[in-house]
Design a protein around this ligand. Structure first.
Ligand code: UDP
Ligand code: UDP
Length: 461
């Protein structure tokens, strides 16, 4: 029986409720596309305006590609920023969503046919469960980071009870050193720490957890989680990754692809720090000079502001005229949204300098592109550890967190040469790609886990 056949004649109706930022929205919409592909009925809960322009373009593109998906617009209560210990616009949105979540109740109750499940963001656990429980709607999260990070998140209440440890010794996992733990989680009273403190103990109250990962990338953590080692009472885990870029995401990147077409196979290093990491000007200029020093051709995406709407200055101002001149003919530098899926797929790309945002890691795995990890914030060091353990790439621990140090051009150039020149890394990354492809083939883990998920949903009503 095929997966879609298993859902007939009454396919489940599932609502998806992502939180802010492309790193959260992207896997939700990829999951939505997968569910539609298997003939589920999907409702997408959206909030407007989105924090970034990239998010609103992405949602519009998705809804035009999938007219069978219903959109429910969720209106948020105004948030007084002075009541929140964070200035990050994405975090402020998380908090606004948490404080407005009770308003979801009538929206969810009115959906027809009744929901078989609500799949929501991890940052909404403690505010959404009180809404879904009285309505008898099964609660699932799509965890938008690695299984290693999920292990840490689930284990957090135990870790926090004795936070002086040098490392998090999670049963079944290679210890996570204190230096890899998201710094905000070690800062009492940060908004992030408060959310995690409140939400992580509630993990056992969920009906299930969906994650964009697969054995070939994260055997250790998935085994520990599935084997019940990490915490008692972990709900069912469904590793339905790897998610790769879908057709509806393909954007305008003609110039970059044309340029890549002209480059030899495996000769280009692609550099991007994701959708919400702006570097200091100093660091940005060191990266530019480091790329020149590496001697490799490069495709570099520069970001000067955390939120794309606030980008004002052009490359000339951000990089300076002199650096711009020096880079002439050596690579391509852009300061706008790129179609990362198409870039990583291109045969000319031989390596990826990445902040190790989880979506970027899985995309690189899908295409077998080796990573030089340069984690900046949050979960990214924990993800970089996965990159290293899986063989997909390497990272330099002494580069620290963003803003701790300015990494110098010589060091950057040297590490890029090391990654681009390593035949061993290339072979290992190709092995991870093979595992990724195996996971989505007939009989692979993605299909098996989706089938388990659908069976749970079918029996939930
Ligand atoms: N992305 C993209 N083009 C860009 C910047 C980012 O397509 O110019 C995509 C990238 O492929 C990934 C997502 O945006 O799917 C970013 O998520 P990730 O988890 O890698 O990092 P975050 O942006 O959340 O830090
Ligand atoms: N794809 C999928 N499930 C996944 C990953 C990818 O169904 O987990 C689909 C993807 O949406 C695309 C196709 O597989 O339609 C091929 O992916 P892509 O073009 O990224 O890879 P290629 O095989 O060309 O390198």
């Amino acid at each position: 029986m095929s997966i879609s056949d298993a859902l007939q004649p009454h396919p489940p109706h599932v609502a998806l409720f992502p939180s802010a930022g492309m790193g959260h929205l992207t896997p939700f919409l990829r999951l939505a596309a997968l569910l539609v592909h298997h003939h589920c009925r999907v409702t997408l809960v959206t909030t407007h305006p989105t924090v970034s322009l990239a998010e609103s373009h992405f949602v519009s593109r998705f809804l035009s590609a999938f007219p069978q998906v219903s959109e429910v617009q969720f209106h948020l209560l105004p948030l007084d920023p002075s009541t929140v210990n964070s200035a990050d616009p994405f975090w402020l949105r998380f908090e606004a969503m948490r404080r407005s979540a009770h308003l979801l109740s009538p929206l969810l109750a009115s959906l027809s046919p009744p929901l078989h499940a609500l799949v929501f963001d991890v940052t909404l656990i403690s505010s959404v469960i009180p809404v879904t429980q009285p309505l008898h709607i099964p609660s699932y999260i799509l965890f938008t980071s690695s299984a290693r990070m999920l292990s840490f998140f689930s284990y957090f209440p135990t870790f926090a009870s004795n936070a002086t440890h040098d490392s998090a010794q999670i049963p079944g996992l290679t210890p996570i050193p204190r230096s890899s733990i998201p710094p905000l989680l070690l800062t009492s009273d940060s908004l992030f720490a408060n959310i995690v403190k409140e939400d992580s103990p509630k993990v056992p109250n969920l009906n299930g957890i969906v994650i964009n990962s697969f054995e070939g990338l994260e055997a250790e953590s998935l085994e520990a989680l599935n084997g019940g080692k990490v915490i008692q009472g972990l709900p069912s885990l469904f590793a339905v990754g790897p998610f790769a870029a879908c057709e509806f995401e393909r954007g305008e990147c003609g110039d970059q692809l044309k340029w890549l077409d002209e480059q030899p196979t495996g000769s280009v290093v692609y550099v991007s720090f994701g959708s919400r990491t702006a570097m200091s000007r100093n660091q940005t200029r060191e990266i530019g000079n480091g790329l020149i020093k590496s001697g490799y051709r490069f495709l570099w995406v520069v970001k000067d502001k955390k939120v794309d709407k606030e980008e004002e200055e052009g490359l000339d101002e951000v990089l300076g005229h002199e650096l711009m001149e020096h880079m002439q003919g050596k690579g391509l530098v852009v300061k706008n949204w790129v179609d990362q899926g198409e870039i990583l797929r291109h045969r000319a790309v031989g390596g990826f300098v990445s902040h190790c945002g989880w979506n970027s890691v899985v995309e690189a795995a899908w295409h077998g592109v080796p990573i030089l990890g340069w984690p900046q914030h949050g979960d990214q060091k924990i993800n970089a550890e996965v990159v290293e353990m899986s063989g997909l790439g390497m990272w330099v621990r002494r580069w620290g967190w963003a803003e701790q140090v300015v990494v110098k051009r010589e060091e950057i150039g040297e590490r890029i040469r090391e990654m681009m020149g390593s035949e061993l890394l290339r072979r290992k990354a190709a092995g991870v790609k093979e595992e990724a492809r195996k996971a989505v083939r007939d009989g692979g883990s993605c299909g098996i886990n989706l089938m388990r998920l659908f069976q749970e949903w079918k029996t939930s009503k």
